[in-house]
Write a protein that binds this ligand. Structure first.
Ligand code: ADP
Ligand code: AMP
Length: 214
């Protein structure tokens, strides 16, 4: 099962992608997590990506596409994967299509998690992220057992620099300009699934599963 998660930053793509990955035993591929791991490890890719991410801008397509194309060739992707945060531009989507066509594969579902902009700033300012294992929480909606500590690995949680309100507004603008057109792109391919992302986490997941298993 090959799935793409679409939606604004903070819509809940990562939250749902992790659950889908667990239920269907496929890898969760988050380009944002890959960049953050590279930044943490001080790699050349991380240094390049950081300057864009800190400004709320997209990392250039050429730094993203090869990385993803290499990733899907790994053994753990034989039964599919869930992309979270990729593709984010039409050229990325076209490059993915070309790479998949070359190996006789295609995307099965593009799940658009719809949340209005008015909810997004709250979601993002309350998000707390574990930079060690990638787990994500929310101060009110998805609290940890011990405040500020990751339930999964015990590391300290952070407010991502790019989740601060001024950067979130910029990221939303970039989303509407560059990523939202992907909704029509996948609608035209007949693989778009739309879910209401304002519902609670479990309900959103139920709505997604009911479509995947139709
Ligand atoms: P994205 O991957 O789309 O950027 P996340 O999955 O990280 O978004 O979710 C953004 C924030 O909103 C996180 O703090 C997350 O815990 C919280 N969140 C995710 N889904 C829901 C939901 N259905 N209701 C309330 N809060 C949610
Ligand atoms: P995310 O964790 O998905 O919210 O991504 C955080 C940031 O990483 C984004 O704001 C971008 O700067 C960068 N990024 C992640 N995925 C992509 C992508 N597919 N294309 C371009 N930039 C990306």
């Amino acid at each position: 099962m090959k799935i793409i998660m679409l939606g604004a930053p903070g819509a809940g793509k990562g939250t749902q992608a992790k659950r889908i990955a667990e239920k269907y035993t496929v890898p969760h591929i988050s380009t944002g997590d890959i960049f953050r791991a590279n930044i943490k490890n001080g790699t050349e890719l991380g240094n390049k990506a950081k300057s864009y991410m800190d400004q709320g801008l997209l990392v250039p397509d050429e730094l993203v596409v090869d990385l993803v194309v290499d990733r899907v060739k790994q053994d753990d992707c034989v039964n599919g994967y869930v992309f979270d945060g990729f593709p984010r531009t039409i050229p990325q989507a076209e490059a993915l299509d070309t790479a998949l066509k070359a190996i006789n594969e295609k995307i099965d579902f593009a799940v658009n998690v719809e949340v209005p902009d008015s909810n997004i700033v709250d979601r993002m300012s309350g998000r707390r992220a574990c930079l060690n294992c990638g787990a994500t929480y929310h101060l009110e909606h998805i609290p940890t057992k011990v405040e500020g500590i990751c339930d999964v690995c015990g590391s300290e949680l952070v407010l991502r620099d790019d989740d601060k309100p001024e950067t979130v507004l910029k990221r939303l603008k970039v989303y509407h300009e560059q990523t939202q057109p992907l909704i029509d792109f996948y609608k035209n391919q007949g693989v778009l699934v739309e879910v209401d992302g304002t519902k609670d986490m479990a309900e959103v997941f139920k709505a997604i599963v009911s479509v995947l298993e139709q």
